[in-house]
Design a protein around this ligand. Structure first.
Ligand SMILES: [Zn+2]
Length: 265
């Protein structure tokens, strides 16, 4: 008879729930895995967009975007077709709204650009979009921000690469591309939320992209417990107090129910 494999087992949701119930200030870090149930594909997972199509990753490099008009035209077409426009928040997003209502959510740092936390009802003041948002366009010259649907309407009307209405500069979605600096105020607030929590819950992120992944170390260094919920192993699993591999849409509501005492789901 084979020995049980090492690593996470069926008891880990319970262990994670007990840690969550004991915590007072929970900071949550979310990645693509929480939005896949909403029909938005992961980029870096085994079936990820960038894993399967490196050309799509090149489109997200700021240098190529600025220097190559064809990259920009392709990027605008891809924004028009983004599955995020039809996406609805799912049970995972809803569970984090419940955690907030229970008074335990200290901060919500997300690597996602889809705005689904806010649409689910999370307080926008608590949501730190470390990789920006697809819901706005930003001028790379003057910084003007415009609601993305307004710019996409121009694309649909025939402008293949619509310039900034103020200064004529190149516009891009207000997301952080490869080679582009993160916004310092958002990063500072995220680090502060990680350092001042007593439990950090990382959900649906491979924890391979810094500085977001480094928030786990920041939290642990400042005495917080660490719970990781992700389908695949992450480099921070050895540091975690509990690791949950179960599907997020099922397991996250269970963890939050352990906090609120409410029904699961
Ligand atoms: Zn401009």
């Amino acid at each position: 008879m084979a020995a049980a494999p090492p690593g996470p087992g069926p008891g880990d949701v319970e262990r994670a729930g007990a840690l969550m119930a004991a915590a007072r200030r929970i900071t949550v870090l979310t990645g693509a895995g929480i939005s896949t149930d909403s029909g938005i594909p992961d980029f870096r997972g085994p079936q990820g967009v960038w894993t399967k199509d490196p050309a799509a990753a090149a489109m997200s490099t700021i240098g190529a975007y600025i220097s190559d008009p064809e990259v920009r035209r392709r990027a605008w077409r891809s924004r028009l077709a983004h599955p995020g426009w039809d996406a609805r928040p799912n049970a995972g997003h809803a569970a984090l709204v419940e955690l907030e209502r229970a008074g335990r959510l200290h901060g919500l740092v997300t690597q996602n650009i889809d705005g689904l936390h806010q649409r689910a009802g999370s307080d926008p003041a608590l949501v730190l979009e470390i990789h920006g948002t697809m819901l706005e366009a930003e001028c790379l010259s003057c910084g003007l921000r415009t609601p993305m649907p307004e710019v996409l309407a121009r694309v649909e009307a025939g402008e293949e690469d619509p310039p900034c209405p103020e200064c004529g500069g190149i516009q891009k979605s207000a997301t952080i591309s490869f080679g582009q600096a993160l916004r310092e105020d958002v990063l500072d607030a995220s680090v502060a939320a990680a350092r001042s929590c007593d439990l950090l819950l990382a959900v649906g992120t491979s924890l391979t992209v810094h500085p977001a992944a480094g928030l786990c170390g920041e939290a642990a260094d400042h005495g917080a417990r660490l719970v990781i919920m992700n389908a695949e192993p992450t480099p921070y699993d050895p540091l975690a107090d509990a690791v949950v591999r179960d599907p997020i849409g099922e397991a996250l509501p269970l963890l939050v129910a352990a906090v609120t005492g409410g029904p699961a789901g």
